[in-house]
Design a protein around this ligand. Structure first.
Ligand SMILES: Cc1cc2nc3c(=O)[nH]c(=O)nc-3n(C[C@H](O)[C@H](O)[C@H](O)COP(=O)(O)OP(=O)(O)OC[C@H]3O[C@@H](n4cnc5c(N)ncnc54)[C@H](O)[C@@H]3O)c2cc1C
Length: 300
């Protein structure tokens, strides 16, 4: 079993930023990552809104972050967190796929996961299929696009997309009560709202249509992009042994980024937040470093 003061789970922009700050402050920590450091950045075709990085692929930005880790002699531990418990003495016991870890503080920085569910979704990823309207919406300015989902996040992403697109079809694939967000969308001339089920994303080199079943009939929508948001979830399954209340799967935190469980923090996309971007994830990492150090000081 490895012991540390701070266990950070996830080496996306949030976990990387936190590691940089903790390392420079001389705090003892381990950074756990199940895949490659960089997180979701490795899936982003183009980033143009990260300060100091005027443009390039997400992989380019992730490589720069990795370079910084190397320069600071931070080596992420390759392991996947399976379950996280809090022992009676208040320490966190994390069971990884390879090893177990004992820490005084645990920081969850595991972001989001996508479970592709619609035929064609995987095949057209980055060729018209995107999981982030706030990020990739501007690439489809003036085009006909569709967004599939339900719930607040999907409606907010649709509201962002609507003024950019020539037309937006919102396919509601779950129960959605009428409310102000939906009313705001319905009031726009270029938005149509369908209740139904996506059947297939189609195209040749890139997306050209979406087949949906609505009101008992099949309809083929001619679109250049599809944003399938229903399969996007927070990566929090390993938290199930903890008595932690989640909001739609996301971790609620206070202004110090600590959850309702003392010593358990959440940063980046995995926490309840109005915006999920690389810059907000990195900002969470920086802020969390001071919260974690203050927590450790008080707990000693
Ligand atoms: C298509 C797309 C385009 C985007 N474009 C932009 C953009 O233009 N600008 C922008 O600012 N943002 C953009 N984003 C959003 C940005 O990528 C995310 O907001 C950011 O990466 C979130 O950082 P994070 O550190 O919170 O999580 P992530 O980047 O998701 O990193 C989480 C890390 O945790 C690891 N992990 C998960 N579970 C475990 C586990 N159990 N054990 C160990 N490790 C685990 C994952 O492997 C991953 O490396 C885009 C996202 C997408 C999907």
């Amino acid at each position: 079993m490895r012991e540390t003061d701070v266990l950070i789970v996830g080496a996306g922009p949030a976990g990387i930023a936190l590691s940089i700050y903790l390392k420079r402050a001389g705090t003892d920590f381990l950074l756990l990552e199940k895949g490659a450091p960089g997180g979701k950045l490795l899936e982003v075709a183009s980033i143009e809104n990260y300060p100091g990085f005027p443009g390039g692929s997400g992989t380019d930005l992730a490589l720069l972050m990795n370079e910084q880790l190397t320069r600071l002699e931070i080596e992420p531990v390759q392991d996947e967190l399976r379950t996280l418990e809090r022992r009676e003495d208040g320490l966190f016991l994390a069971h990884g796929e390879r090893e177990d870890y004992l820490s005084r503080v645990a920081v969850i920085a595991t972001g989001l996961t996508n479970a592709p569910a619609i035929p064609g979704e995987k095949a057209f990823l980055h060729r018209g299929v995107s999981y982030c309207a706030t990020c990739d919406g501007p690439l489809y300015k003036g085009k006909d696009v569709a967004l599939i989902g339900h719930g607040e996040r999907a409606l907010e992403e649709a509201l962002y997309l609507a003024p950019l697109a020539h037309s937006l079809t919102l396919v509601l694939d779950g129960r959605e009560e009428e409310g102000p967000l939906l009313a705001g969308l319905r009031s726009r001339e270029n938005v149509q709202v369908l209740r139904g089920k996506p059947l297939r994303i189609e195209g040749e080199d890139s997306v050209s249509s979406l087949l949906v079943e609505t009101e008992g009939q099949e309809r083929r929508l001619s679109v250049s992009a599809v944003f399938p948001l229903s399969g996007t979830k927070s990566a929090t399954a390993f938290l199930s042994p903890l008595p932690l209340r989640l909001e739609n799967g996301f971790i609620p935190v206070d202004k110090t980024l600590m959850s309702e469980i003392p010593g358990l923090f959440a940063i980046g996309d995995v926490r309840v937040s109005p915006l999920r971007q690389a810059v907000t994830a990195a900002s969470d990492g920086a802020l969390c470093s001071s919260s974690v150090r203050s927590y450790l000081r008080k707990a000693r």
